[in-house]
Structures are given as structure tokens and as C-alpha cells.
Write a protein that binds this ligand. Structure first.
Ligand SMILES: CC(C)(COP(=O)(O)OP(=O)(O)OC[C@H]1O[C@@H](n2cnc3c(N)ncnc32)[C@H](O)[C@@H]1OP(=O)(O)O)[C@@H](O)C(=O)NCCC(=O)NCCS
Length: 147
């Protein structure tokens, strides 16, 4: 599978972006400034968006894998790719997520550990309740790892 950096028409991948972050107005806050990568298996199957926060800190703002490709190691490959791509200039990769045990498990499996919590991030910033696996997301939990 090939990974391509996307510089134009990032919204072409809105379906994949919405899998990782379900409110388009929130995606709009980081999409232009972020580096976007799309993995193809002939068609686009996964994407991620990485934002440079400065001082060697990068934030993974969005990551998603098409439902039929999930659980096959593709998300982990994207994390490895990010690590390789930014390790010369990067010190730390951070990611914010809701308290969905599946997603937390994915990040922990990929070397992330707890960093901090932003109370009520989802309830304060999203215009509707976000449910994942029947759980309403409330706080944003940040995790971090070294490159
Ligand atoms: C979370 C996500 C990016 C992980 O990518 P992936 O390619 O499915 O994950 P990998 O195959 O590399 O890793 C599998 C691990 O991820 C976790 N996981 C999370 N969501 C999963 C899913 N839908 N299917 C399978 N595993 C999932 C499990 O811990 C699994 O470990 P296990 O196989 O030991 O049970 C992907 O499942 C996805 O796009 N989910 C929907 C969007 C999303 O939640 N994005 C993150 C927003 S913060």
C-alpha cells in the first residue's frame, strides 16, 4: 500500500476525515494547517492529519481507517510512518481522544501513554453529543509518545 502526502483538495477525503472526527467545523480548524497523508489500496483506505505545534511537538489531529480495513494493522502502520517522517525534527507526538476503550487501546498498543485531560472538551466544543460504542464522549484525554 502506498502513502501519499495530500496538499490540495483535502476535503476530497471528507468521508474518511469524518470517521476520525465527526464534526466538519472542528476538522476545518486544523485541516489547512495540518500535513495530510492518505494510504491507498488502489482506492483511499486510511488517512491521518499531523499538526506541527512547534518546539518539536507534533499533534495527530485525525486518523481513520475505512471500516472494512480496520483491525489489520493499517492504523499502526500510519503511526510508524508518522514516526519515521517526523523523527528528525520531532521530539514528541501527542494525540487527543475521547474515552473510547478501543481507541485508547489502539494508541496504547502504539506506545502512547497518558499525558493530560481537558475536562468537558467534547460537550463544550461539539454541537451535538458524540457517542462511540454507546459511550457519550465528555473529556478529551491527551496521550503522548516519543518519536
Ligand atoms: C482507531 C483506528 C484508527 C485504528 O486503526 P486500525 O487499522 O483499525 O488498528 P490496528 O489494526 O493498527 O490496531 C488494532 C488495535 O486497535 C484497536 N482498535 C481500535 N478500533 C478498532 C477497530 N475498529 N477494529 C479493530 N481494532 C481496533 C484494538 O486495540 C486493536 O488491537 P487488538 O487487535 O489487539 O484488539 C481505526 O480503527 C479507525 O479508524 N476507527 C474509527 C475512527 C477513529 O476512532 N479514529 C480515532 C479518532 S481519535
Amino acid at each position: 500500500m502506498d502513502i501519499h502526502k495530500i496538499t490540495d483538495n483535502k476535503k476530497e477525503f471528507i468521508e474518511l476525515l469524518l470517521l476520525g472526527d465527526e464534526q466538519e467545523s472542528m476538522i476545518d480548524k486544523y485541516l489547512d494547517a495540518g500535513d495530510m497523508y492518505v494510504m491507498y489500496d488502489k482506492k483511499p483506505v486510511a488517512q491521518c492529519v499531523v499538526l506541527n505545534l512547534g518546539d518539536g511537538v507534533y499533534e495527530l489531529k485525525n486518523i481513520s481507517v475505512s471500516p472494512e480495513y480496520q483491525g489489520k494493522g493499517i492504523g499502526s502502520k500510519l503511526i510508524d510512518f508518522i514516526s519515521e517522517t517526523y523523527k528528525s525534527s520531532g521530539k514528541e507526538l501527542i494525540v487527543g481522544t475521547g474515552e473510547n476503550p478501543d481507541t485508547l487501546g489502539f494508541y496504547q498498543k502504539n506506545g502512547f501513554t497518558y499525558y493530560k485531560r481537558i475536562k468537558n472538551f467534547f460537550t463544550d466544543n461539539y454541537d451535538h453529543p458524540i457517542y462511540e460504542n454507546g459511550i457519550m464522549l465528555q473529556d478529551m484525554v491527551y496521550l503522548k509518545r516519543k518519536f
